[in-house]
Design a protein around this ligand. Structure first.
Ligand code: CAA
Length: 240
């Protein structure tokens, strides 16, 4: 049995592509999801990849979920914190619930999941964590103060955790995708999205598989010297 990899938001979009790519690379993969049972069951039927449901914004649910996965499949060696939401709105119109929901899910969820796996990784002296940032956390984006703050926060969290974990054989890196062909990006108004694609030198959206490719690279056993890095995969839209 290969190493156990847990991918949050692993049944859709970049997460689904990552779950499948890790499965093909020999990992035992568990994909978490938040809401859509029918979609998750269809993903399981199509791929054979195990699915688990919990809210990553819930600290206790993350701890319980990771413990259950470890009991069933073995300790989690690889964590991909991919799950995230958008609630786009300019700050002058944003209510505090919209702010908190995005921060608690995207940044709080990253903490909750890292916290749930890190002690075991330290004990076993091996771990690979990849946290999903965003081009918009690097560049800022009109209408995304909440999302960009969470994604920028993930970079700070990851760099700090990388420093704390390096001596224990654990790497922590960020993959910061640009606009990718997913349901999340499909919510952006067509006229806005068209301008974004026009301002992207590669001239198109990324495919989820193009992002997953970097994640599989970073979690490999022989990628142990890559830590605290941010991999920008954005078609040249923002050169960090
Ligand atoms: N850039 C510049 N100006 C903009 C703008 C933009 N993207 N969007 C709106 N404006 C301007 C309008 O033209 C208008 O100008 P005037 O007041 O001079 O007429 C003014 O701002 C309107 O401001 P509002 O507060 O009323 O904004 P709105 O409600 O019209 O629009 C929004 C808000 C829908 C969030 C819009 O800004 C938007 O679509 N932003 C982009 C969101 C985006 O890209 N989300 C990415 C989601 S996918 C993702 O996040 C994945 C990933 O990691 C890449």
């Amino acid at each position: 049995m290969g190493r156990v990899a847990l991918v949050t938001g692993g049944t859709e979009g970049i997460g689904a592509a990552t779950s499948e790519a890790l499965g093909q690379a020999g990992y035992t993969v568990v994909a978490t999801y938040g809401h859509d049972d029918a979609h998750a069951q269809a993903f399981l039927a199509r791929t054979g990849i195990a699915v688990r449901k919990w809210d990553i914004a819930d600290f206790a649910a993350c701890a319980a979920g990771v413990a259950e996965v470890a009991g069933r499949f073995g300790p989690v060696d690889v964590l991909v914190n991919n799950a995230g939401i958008t609630a786009d709105c300019t700050l002058h119109k944003m209510d505090v619930q919209t702010w908190r929901r995005v921060i608690d899910t995207n940044l709080g969820g990253c903490f909750n999941m890292c916290r749930a796996v890190i002690e075991g990784m330290r004990e076993r002296r091996f771990g690979r964590i990849v946290n999903l940032g965003s081009v918009n956390g690097q560049s800022g984006q009109f209408g995304q103060t909440n999302y960009a703050a969470a994604k920028a926060g993930i970079v700070g969290l990851s760099k700090s955790l990388a420093l704390e974990s390096a001596s224990r054989g654990i790497t922590v890196n960020v993959v910061a995708p640009g606009y990718t062909d997913t349901a999340m990006v499909a919510h952006v108004a067509p006229a806005v999205l068209q301008k974004i694609v026009e301002a992207t030198p590669v001239g198109r959206l990324a495919s989820p598989a193009e992002i997953a490719r970097a994640i599989v690279f970073l979690v490999a056993d022989d990628a142990g010297f890559i830590t605290g890095a941010t991999f920008s995969i954005n078609g040249g839209r923002y050169l960090a």
